[in-house]
Design a protein around this ligand. Structure first.
Ligand SMILES: [Zn+2]
Length: 87
């Protein structure tokens, strides 16, 4: 899939995203936040990412995880390591 221009859902900078296979969401590449995955449910959920989102992404990456931003109807936005494996 080709990357397409998109606003970063975390910091709203001009970023790029690539649709992931299997309809699991998108992979974003942001000049500020780096590379991370986003579930389809997050986009259009209207919820604001927590102020700590960028730090959470950086911390996960520092520990060698691929960060993933998810939206859960009950818990809201959660940031954790991707389960799709690889780095
Ligand atoms: Zn960003």
């Amino acid at each position: 899939m080709k990357p397409e221009p998109a606003d970063c859902p975390i910091c709203h900078a001009a970023a790029e995203r690539t649709r992931q296979r299997g309809g699991r969401g998108f992979k974003y590449s942001c000049p500020t936040c780096g590379t991370y995955e986003v579930t389809s449910a997050l986009l259009g959920c209207g919820a604001r990412p927590p102020a700590s989102a960028r730090e959470d992404l950086a911390r996960l990456r520092a520990y060698g995880y691929k960060p993933r931003v998810e939206f859960h109807a009950r818990d809201g936005i959660r940031i954790g390591p991707s389960r799709s494996g690889g780095a």
